[in-house]
Each structure stands twice: as structure tokens, then as C-alpha cells.
Design a protein around this ligand. Structure first.
Ligand SMILES: Nc1ncnc2c1ncn2[C@@H]1O[C@H](COP(=O)(O)OP(=O)(O)O)[C@@H](O)[C@H]1O
Ligand SMILES: [Mg+2]
Length: 191
């Protein structure tokens, strides 16, 4: 199965989500890999820094392009991290994927970019992942309801705003927060 993590906006939690989802899959005994299509190589840097320290990532992070993306994978799960912007690499990642995850913070400004991203993914199962969220707030409930009122699928599992997640760049995740249940949900909705 291939999951593309996509949002034309930067800084919304794509790389973080891609790394955690792949880590969760490995931890659950799946073979998993992360394909990094971002020219800035944030996921690749994450892996390199982790490898220099004491806790290397337990899965390969491989740079990928439009051509290598479409190749069949030997892994149970392939997660594709994508760059921001309108590059055609985003479309290629969506086209290669079985399911598309669109992370966004639950704020109006961030949500604006969700629409063109979802349009690009209209031909695939796709859902919005609310992340960096202040759990239990009215804004969060309102955001979810507003998206659903427009017919958008919103994952039931929401990732809270956590200092520990922010600080985990460059280390192999050992706590998975909501990402374990999120991966389960993604696999279920894709069936
Ligand atoms: N759930 C979260 N809680 C707190 N900070 C987060 C969370 N998810 C991501 N971040 C932080 O937000 C910033 C942007 O995340 P990143 O995954 O790099 O986004 P993108 O890949 O979309 O640019 C990073 O500093 C990251 O650590
Ligand atoms: Mg990124």
C-alpha cells in the first residue's frame, strides 16, 4: 500500500506525519519505507541526523522522483513525503498512491490550501488529517464540521500539538501519539 502525504502549503506537518506513519508501520511488524520527493530533503535529513546519533530510523528513507515513484515496492507500506508548492511532483505522488493524507492545522489560513490539494487528489481516496491541533477546543470541532459540511472526509484520529513531536526531528520515534490509531484508520478506509 502507498500513502501520499500531501499539502501544497509548507509547515503543516507533512514530513512529521510521513516519518511517524512509517515508524508506526515498522513497529507493528510491517515492512515499510519512506520515499522523499521534497528537493529540500527534510525526511532525508531526519534520517541522516538519526543515523549519526544513537537511534537510527528503523526504515529506509530514499529520495524519489516522478519516475521512481511509480515503481512497484517490495514493502507492505510505502509512505511518500512531498514538497510544498504546485510542482508536478505532488501530482505524481498522488497518482502513485492508494490513499492521500492531507495534513493541516485547524486554522482558516491553513485550511485555504486544503481545497486545491484535495482537487488534485479527487480521483483517489483522500482525507484531511487535523494536526498540531489544540485538542478539545471549539475551533477544532468547528473546523471538522466545516470540512465535513463540504463533503470532505476528515480522519477521526487527530494529532495534538505536542512539544515532544516538535522536538523529535532527527530522532527515531519511540512514542507515537495518535499516529498508531491513524495508520489503522487509513488502512481501514482504504479497504
Ligand atoms: N503535532 C505536532 N505538534 C507540534 N509540532 C508539530 C506537530 N507536527 C509537526 N510539528 C512541527 O511543525 C513544523 C512543520 O512540520 P513539518 O512536518 O516539517 O511540515 P511540512 O513537512 O509540511 O513542511 C516542524 O517544526 C514540526 O516539528
Ligand atoms: Mg516537509
Amino acid at each position: 500500500m502507498k500513502i501520499a502525504v500531501v499539502n501544497t502549503k509548507g509547515g503543516v506537518g507533512k514530513t512529521t506525519t510521513a516519518v511517524y506513519l512509517t515508524a508506526v508501520a515498522r513497529e507493528g511488524g510491517m515492512t515499510a519505507e519512506l520515499l522523499d520527493t521534497d528537493p529540500q530533503g527534510s525526511a532525508t535529513s531526519w534520517a541522516e541526523i538519526a543515523a549519526e546519533g544513537t537511534s537510527p530510523l528503523k526504515f529506509p528513507v530514499t529520495p524519489a522522483n516522478k519516475i521512481t515513484l511509480g515503481r512497484p515496492s517490495k514493502c507492505d507500506l510505502t509512505v511518500i513525503d512531498t514538497p510544498p508548492g504546485a510542482a508536478d511532483i505532488i501530482q505524481a505522488a498522488i497518482d502513485a498512491a492508494d490513499v492521500v493524507v492531507v495534513p493541516t492545522a485547524p486554522s482558516g489560513l491553513d485550511l485555504q490550501r486544503v481545497w486545491p490539494t484535495l482537487e488534485a487528489a479527487a480521483h483517489k481516496p483522500a482525507g484531511v488529517l487535523l494536526t498540531s491541533a489544540e485538542l478539545g477546543t471549539k475551533l477544532l470541532d468547528m473546523t471538522k464540521e466545516a470540512l465535513e459540511a463540504e463533503g470532505v472526509f476528515v480522519f477521526e484520529n487527530i494529532i495534538g500539538k505536542r512539544q515532544a513531536i516538535r522536538q523529535s526531528f532527527g530522532v527515531s520515534p519511540t512514542s507515537f501519539y495518535g499516529y498508531r490509531d491513524l495508520l489503522k484508520e487509513i488502512i481501514e478506509v482504504t479497504r
